[in-house]
Design a protein around this ligand. Structure first.
Ligand SMILES: C[S@@+](CC[C@H](N)C(=O)[O-])C[C@H]1O[C@@H](n2cnc3c(N)ncnc32)[C@H](O)[C@@H]1O
Length: 307
């Protein structure tokens, strides 16, 4: 909030005694000068909120806002650059197929139809009833209800068969029954590059990973669509609870989900799966060394043009 003229001049007096190193930034000093010529706290407040706070928030939102479909393109581009062989994208929670059809379009747009299949899993019966404390809304008691997001299987299947016959697979049923050993076995030759979790509940997320974990290669991108939606991302509930459990070692001491700040901007929704020791690995393209995938940040920080 802007300050009264008396307080402003007092502050300025104090400031003049400080060393140059602790001086307020130019923007703050300019604001203080401005405040002196605007009469009254109410008007100062009004001008600050309208002319400074609102545009600042808007710019922050647009510059740092995370748009989830961009992530599909980032994952595919990275895989195209680094990985050899066939690959998969796995989505858990399809509903009407909004994100799924965008994934299929991205595969085609990047000319990766010969190499990437997108699998999606859903009961198409909508949300199951909450079955764990970790599924509950602790703030507003407004959790997802049984049957929410149901239907859409026949239309989605017809649409995908017509438009993307080679690159899609729809697995209808509860995760407990559709993530079969036979399916998991196919991931040995077609490892996932992106795992897209959009099944909202902690209990559903946990079922997925209990089966999938041994098949995820280090470096795989894991996206949690509802990470912050339930209880602000509390570690007690939702997808965030599962991330906290993985990182506390509950599913093994040698695996971790590391927040990828480069891909997620100001959200906490995008992770890299990391495993020490033995486990599945991507087959890298010829000429790509394993350090090309792990030391990217080092290379990028050596790019200064300064003498
Ligand atoms: C928010 S919707 C998915 C939205 C979708 N990804 C989109 O882009 O529009 C969540 C879906 O998760 C599914 N789901 C939740 N738990 C499940 C489970 N245990 N087995 C199968 N499907 C489940 C529900 O049927 C629901 O359709």
């Amino acid at each position: 909030m802007l300050q009264s003229p008396q307080r402003v001049s007092l502050n300025e007096e104090r400031e003049s005694h400080r060393s140059h190193f602790t001086r307020k930034p130019l923007s703050i000093r300019l604001m203080r000068k401005m405040a002196r010529v605007i009469p009254g706290n109410r008007l100062r407040n009004y001008i600050y909120l309208g002319l400074i706070a609102a545009p600042r928030n808007l710019i922050r939102q647009y510059l740092l806002g995370f748009y989830r479909i961009e992530l599909v393109y980032s994952a595919l581009r990275e895989a195209k650059r680094l990985c050899a062989g066939r690959l998969t994208i796995l989505e858990f929670g399809t509903a009407q197929g909004y994100a799924f059809t965008k994934m299929l379009y991205a595969i085609r747009y990047l000319s990766m139809e010969d190499r990437v299949i997108a699998h999606t899993f859903d009961s198409f019966e909508g949300m199951p009833p909450p079955s764990h404390q970790g599924d509950r809304d602790l703030v507003g008691d407004d959790t997802w209800y049984e049957g929410q997001f149901g239907g859409g299987y026949d239309e989605l299947r017809a649409y995908c068969q017509h438009n993307y016959p080679r690159t899609h697979a729809i697995h209808k049923g509860f995760f407990e029954t559709t993530i079969t050993p036979a399916f998991l076995n196919t991931l040995r030759n077609e490892p996932p590059i992106l795992i897209w979790i959009d099944c909202d509940f902690y209990s559903s997320t946990r079922v997925v990973f209990e089966r999938l974990l041994p098949y995820i290669p280090s470096g795989c991108i894991v996206y949690f669509d509802d990470y912050e939606l339930l209880n602000f991302g509390s570690r007690f509930t939702g997808e965030a609870r599962f991330v906290a459990e993985i990182n506390s070692g509950l599913f093994g001491k040698n695996i971790e989900l590391v927040l990828d700040k480069k891909l997620t901007f100001d959200s906490s929704r995008v992770y890299r799966f990391v495993r020490t020791g033995e486990g599945p690995r991507y087959k890298l393209r010829e000429g790509i060394r394993s350090t090309d995938t792990t030391n990217r940040r080092l290379d990028e920080s050596n790019d200064s043009l300064l003498p």
